[in-house]
Design a binder for this molecule. Structure first.
Ligand SMILES: [Zn+2]
Length: 276
């Protein structure tokens, strides 16, 4: 498997070829072990002779994978993830499996190039290898065939992302990202931390590809911008115009109507944007 440099950090999320490779890898594993039922990362670990444990490690990591004498062990930090059965613990477990199943990363662990690997998961890290493992986790836990059935004849709204997130016990961030690839309506997802855009991604048929102020600065007249610049928190879906968020908007399309729904984390904001 050819995966691009693991040292790269950028705001371009992941390359299209990496997304394709990672989704095929994860879906193959999900279908092999759980063709009909819900995916259980613990079972995948056991079937691959990966041991695991849940422990209290304060703030040092969400999860970690370690390779010792060619044996792999996954640590899940319940201090940060509450307990073993939260959606974040489940996602972190799937993320650690990504480091094992992505050839380049497993080989680095086996060769002792990175004998242990501390992770902060759910698309919060700017490290490319972490983002790859996060993406693998979202594909593993949100199988395409099941999501497509769930979305049939559904009109898009934030409620749909919320329902899928609850049903598959995966965060809203991971669910929204997955929706850009396999959902039935074009959306854009923008993730900001501390007033700056960390990354954004969008469905291939979303009408705009570039943001008003480029890849870092949040545009002012948006729901995310209102929070950063005016300390206004809108928890419901709000209407925005094409020219509020996007660059390269035809003059006749500046008032084209979009919706933005923000999810506010402790440090982050996830903006989900769709036309309508
Ligand atoms: Zn990781």
């Amino acid at each position: 498997m050819m995966i691009e440099s693991s040292q790269k950090t950028n705001n371009n999320f992941l390359t299209n070829s990496d997304k394709l490779i990672l989704s095929e890898l994860a879906e193959g594993i999900a279908n092999y072990y759980f063709y009909n039922g819900a995916v259980n990362p613990e079972v995948i670990a056991s079937e691959n002779n990966i041991s695991y444990s849940y422990g209290n490690y304060k703030d040092s990591f969400d999860g970690m994978i370690e390779c010792f004498n060619k044996d792999f062990h996954i640590y899940i930090n319940i201090d940060r993830l509450e307990h073993a059965y939260t959606e974040r613990a489940r996602f972190t477990f799937a993320h650690e499996l990504g480091h094992f199943f992505i050839d380049e990363q497993r080989n680095a662990l086996l060769l002792g190039l990175s004998p242990s690997h501390s992770c902060f998961t759910d698309f919060s890290s700017k490290n490319y290898a972490e983002r790859q493992a996060d993406y693998f986790a979202s594909c593993l836990l949100l199988p395409q065939n099941k999501i497509e059935t769930d979305c049939l004849k559904r009109k898009f709204s934030f409620q749909l992302i919320s329902e899928l997130s609850k049903k598959y016990q995966v965060s809203l961030t991971a669910t929204a990202i997955r929706f850009t690839i396999i959902g039935n309506y074009p959306i854009m997802v923008v993730y900001s931390v501390g007033g700056k855009i960390s990354w954004y991604c969008y469905s291939k048929d979303f009408p705009y590809w570039s943001l008003r102020h480029g890849k870092i600065k949040i545009p002012e007249n948006t729901v995310a911008g209102d929070y950063f610049y005016n300390q206004v928190t809108s928890k419901s879906t709000q209407e925005v115009f094409a020219s509020d968020w996007f660059d390269n908007v035809f003059e006749s399309h500046t008032r084209r109507k979009f919706n933005e729904h923000c999810v506010f984390g402790t440090k982050s904001i996830l903006s989900i944007i769709w036309e309508g």
